[in-house]
Design a protein around this ligand. Structure first.
Ligand SMILES: [Zn+2]
Ligand SMILES: [Zn+2]
Length: 133
């Protein structure tokens, strides 16, 4: 289990991670949603998601490809999931606490990456998503 929280600390969650599915997502939706050049997303087992505190503060934005959540108090992006969380759930790696040793294994959606950024080539680059996620 990993544990994560938002910037204000009012929302704390835990979930069983799938560390081999950790990606830097360069899609325009992640860029906007995170206010960042790209977003590092750690996939996890949605049915294991539990909130240790603050679940009532979690807000959902229903986007085109899934539901994006954030803390309604501090605005921190926390997780993305399908309506059926067992279908897919990912958490923002930046929200995860501690020295977990999880690192991104690939860059995804490089076809729509920020114009000002060239992803490092020390991990594989995919124009879309790699097969299997
Ligand atoms: Zn917060
Ligand atoms: Zn994305």
């Amino acid at each position: 289990m990993i544990q994560g929280s938002c910037q204000c600390g009012k929302i704390v969650y835990q979930v069983e991670a799938i560390p081999e599915h950790t990606y830097n997502c360069h899609c325009s939706a992640c860029r906007k949603a995170h206010g960042a050049t790209f977003a590092t997303q750690l996939f996890a087992k949605g049915e294991t998601l539990t909130f240790l505190q603050g679940e009532d503060l979690l807000s959902e934005y229903v986007g085109e490809v899934g539901i994006r959540t954030f803390c309604s108090n501090c605005g921190t992006r926390l997780m993305n999931y399908a309506a059926d969380k067992s279908h897919y759930l990912s958490v923002a790696l930046a929200s995860v606490e501690g020295d977990h040793g999880i690192v991104p294994v690939a860059h995804c959606n490089v076809e729509s990456k920020a114009l000002w950024h060239e992803p490092s080539e020390d991990i594989p680059l995919f124009q879309g998503f790699p097969d299997g996620i």
